[in-house]
Write a protein that binds this ligand. Structure first.
Ligand code: FES
Length: 262
């Protein structure tokens, strides 16, 4: 049951009490790009990719954290919105190691990936999430090339110390989804935001390797990561999304035996 309607891109749509603009738009079948939003977790409004234009508002609003209100008139793809998203993506691409936007010369990314993948599953030259990365997907959609701003080199080396998870800080966009997955979904509270400004980093127990922290290697953070910052080491980088069939099975990580779609 709805207590009202909102107007999205010129059309009226019902919304449920308590829904955000993003949720109402999703129900209406209108896609809004998101990077930091994790369904079921507290909206943080960290990435600003989901911004929309709301009539009467002085600034663009993050749709993931703005409640829908009856009578709102919303534009999800206006020129201002598109410009803002492109700038956000350019800023993200300029920080760290995001070699995912090519000049069109990569005709067969699978062959390129296979050729470059290293035995330990980590290659600094081709992201293991190539072809399965939300940042890459949106950059291509909004025409962000990663050339608009000077590049900020990565500050932290990758952590390859444990047998299960590769943490590549150079590909982290600090969206915080892994932190929410760990703290709000699994309630492990093994990782959190650490440091400030340009030195910001997702840390485990005051910046220890995962293997020395309270991490139980459940893999929830890997599922939540929208880029190649957290990847499963066991995969050794030899499979790509197009190689994989999704099945329902028993999760092999922690021994609890949860059924998962993997
Ligand atoms: Fe809304 Fe990141 S998805 S601010």
């Amino acid at each position: 049951m709805s207590d009202g309607t909102i107007v999205i891109n010129g059309n009226s749509h019902p919304f449920k009490p308590g829904q955000t603009i993003l949720e109402a738009a999703e129900d209406a079948g209108i896609p809004i790009p998101t990077l930091c939003h994790l369904k079921g977790a507290t909206p943080t409004g960290a990435c600003r990719l989901c911004v929309v234009e709301v009539a009467g508002a002085r600034n663009l609003l993050a749709s993931c954290s703005t409640p829908a209100e009856a009578g709102m008139e919303i534009q999800t793809e206006s020129p201002t919105v598109v410009r803002s998203r492109k700038m956000t993506l350019e800023l993200l691409l300029s920080s760290g190691n995001h070699d995912c936007i090519d000049d069109g010369s990569v005709k067969d990314p699978k062959a390129l990936f296979d050729a470059r993948a290293e035995a330990d599953g980590h290659s600094e030259h081709l992201c293991p999430s190539w072809g399965d990365c939300k940042l890459q997907e949106y950059a291509l959609e909004y025409g962000a090339t990663g050339t608009a701003y000077p590049k900020t080199p990565p500050l932290y080396p990758p952590e390859l110390k444990n047998p299960l998870i590769i943490r590549d800080f150079s590909r982290c966009i600090l969206c915080g989804r892994c932190v929410q997955a760990c703290n709000e979904v699994q309630v492990n509270e093994a990782i959190s935001h650490g440091y400030r400004g340009a030195e910001s980093k997702i840390v485990a127990l005051g910046d220890l390797p995962l293997s020395e922290s309270s991490c139980v290697f459940c893999g929830e953070c890997i599922q939540a990561c929208p880029t190649g910052a957290l990847v499963e080491k066991k995969a050794k980088g030899i499979w790509r999304p197009w190689d994989v069939e999704t099945i329902r099975t028993t999760c092999p990580y922690c021994g609890v035996g949860c059924q998962q779609t993997l």
